[in-house]
Design a protein around this ligand. Structure first.
Ligand SMILES: Cc1cc2nc3c(=O)[nH]c(=O)nc-3n(C[C@H](O)[C@H](O)[C@H](O)COP(=O)(O)O)c2cc1C
Length: 213
């Protein structure tokens, strides 16, 4: 079904994709944005509920407000660390909302499709999980297009609802910064900053029962 080259291409995109927080101001062609959003829209979703919306924020004034909300949360979260770890946390760049030419707020509507979405009655958060699948599709498509993307989740949802006039029942799942960059590292930024490293896959795989290798 897929040629050898096509198979290699998908793995290449998966391994190449990075979370990016530094962007150039170069604008993104509109049809490229549409292709990325269409990739998102072809993600799997529980009961085919497609709970997502995409708010495209190009206004500098609104981006400034979003960056304020994220920075407020970053400073609040610093209380979870002490001493050296706190200094390191505060030195990490955790968003590039003001720099990127476009921010996309990806939302999830838990009411879409009514109250008995196939499969969602058992695990209600499958709506948000579906939205995360859409975001991952966007991320891979953006990488393939030579674009950089950053997932920002440092915020209080109500701050984002206020700024973007999102109704109270809609969940702002992510703020996505998207744009071109001249800094696309081969390894996760948190690994390069010595904050965390990739765990060994072998230790994460069990056979038949939890904990059995
Ligand atoms: C659900 C989710 C939320 C995230 N939130 C943030 C965030 O608020 N700020 C940030 O800098 N990175 C955020 N990230 C990016 C992760 O830090 C990043 O994916 C991880 O360090 C691995 O790096 P990589 O994506 O380059 O492989 C988030 C990623 C996910 C999946």
């Amino acid at each position: 079904m897929f040629t050898k080259e096509e198979k290699e291409a998908i793995y290449k995109v998966i391994y190449h994709r990075r979370d990016i927080r530094s962007f150039l101001s170069t604008p993104i062609p509109e049809n490229t944005i549409h292709k990325i959003l269409n990739a998102a829209h072809h993600a799997p979703s529980v009961g085919f509920m497609q709970p997502w919306n995409f708010i495209l924020v190009s206004s500098n004034e609104i981006k400034e407000k979003l960056a304020w909300a994220a920075d407020k949360e970053r400073r609040a979260l610093a209380i979870h660390y002490e001493g050296e770890k706190e200094t390191k946390f505060l030195s990490l760049k955790v968003e590039g909302l003001k720099e990127s030419p476009l921010t996309i707020c990806v939302t999830c509507d838990p009411t879409r499709g009514g109250s008995h979405i196939l499969g969602r009655n058992s695990i209600p958060e499958t709506d948000a999980l579906s939205t995360a699948c859409a975001i991952q599709n966007m991320w891979l498509a953006a990488s393939a297009e030579g674009l950089a993307m950053g997932w920002v989740s440092f915020y209080k949802k109500n701050d984002i609802r206020d700024i973007l006039e999102i109704p109270p029942h809609i969940e702002p799942i992510a703020l996505i910064s998207i744009g071109y960059t001249d800094d696309y590292p081969e390894k996760p930024i948190l690994e390069l900053a010595d904050w965390e490293k990739r765990r060994s896959l072998d230790n994460l795989i069990f056979q038949n029962k939890w904990g059995e290798n």
